[in-house]
Design a binder for this molecule. Structure first.
Ligand SMILES: C[S@@+](CC[C@H](N)C(=O)[O-])C[C@H]1O[C@@H](n2cnc3c(N)ncnc32)[C@H](O)[C@@H]1O
Length: 183
């Protein structure tokens, strides 16, 4: 069966520019931050956010041991505050909502801050930029986040922003994602 999390990056890749600025809105253990760092290269810039100190520490370790360019800034703050740190347009942003597998499940992304962060991401997004948002409906808050985002994205003007959703329709609790593309 298709695992959407293994193919999701293919959908955002065309928006990532070498030398561009990108944001990992949910750093976790830094796997997406590392991928973004290599994609934008040494002249690019990656901002990564998490509210858990342990996430910053494990990401710092992963990144420094990986040999990737030193083009990243790891920020211990909510992604809702992204505009306090990122002052230039971004070509891409990634959200991997939910909680960190193997850690405290109560530290999960929440609708209120997710909404603020998504709105801020849309303001920061450059023309032709893209956001990838992975949602985990296998837990209650994940289902609610997915519903909230579906409702919100349905209201956006499709001449300015195109929002696609990829999900396994006969596996409703499997993760799915939104691809948000600015025109
Ligand atoms: C599914 S994990 C991300 C996995 C990560 N992309 C990776 O590659 O390892 C979700 C992360 O979001 C973080 N998080 C929860 N609320 C947050 C918030 N308001 N701002 C930023 N990060 C948040 C959690 O601490 C957790 O590490």
């Amino acid at each position: 069966m298709i695992d959407l999390l293994t193919v999701e990056k293919q959908f955002i890749e065309s928006h990532i520019k070498v030398g561009g600025t990108v944001v990992d809105f949910t750093m976790g253990n830094g796997h997406d931050t590392l991928w973004l760092s290599n994609k934008v290269g040494k002249n690019g810039k990656v901002y990564a956010f998490d509210i858990q100190k342990a996430a910053l520490e494990s990401s710092e370790k992963l990144l420094s041991e990986s040999g990737c360019p030193k083009n990243y800034t790891l920020i211990l703050d909510s992604h809702a505050n992204v505009e306090n740190y990122v002052k230039e347009p971004i070509c891409a942003g990634m959200f991997n909502l939910g909680y960190l597998p193997g850690s405290d499940k109560t530290v999960t992304t929440l609708r209120e801050s997710t909404m603020k962060a998504v709105e801020a991401a849309l303001r920061l997004l450059d023309s032709d930029g893209g956001l990838l948002i992975a949602v985990y409906p296998g837990h209650e808050e994940g289902t609610l986040e997915g519903n909230m985002l579906t409702e919100y994205f349905s209201t956006l003007d499709r001449r300015k922003i195109c929002v696609s959703q990829l999900r396994i329709v006969n596996s409703p609790t499997s993760p799915f994602f939104f691809l948000v593309e600015k025109r």
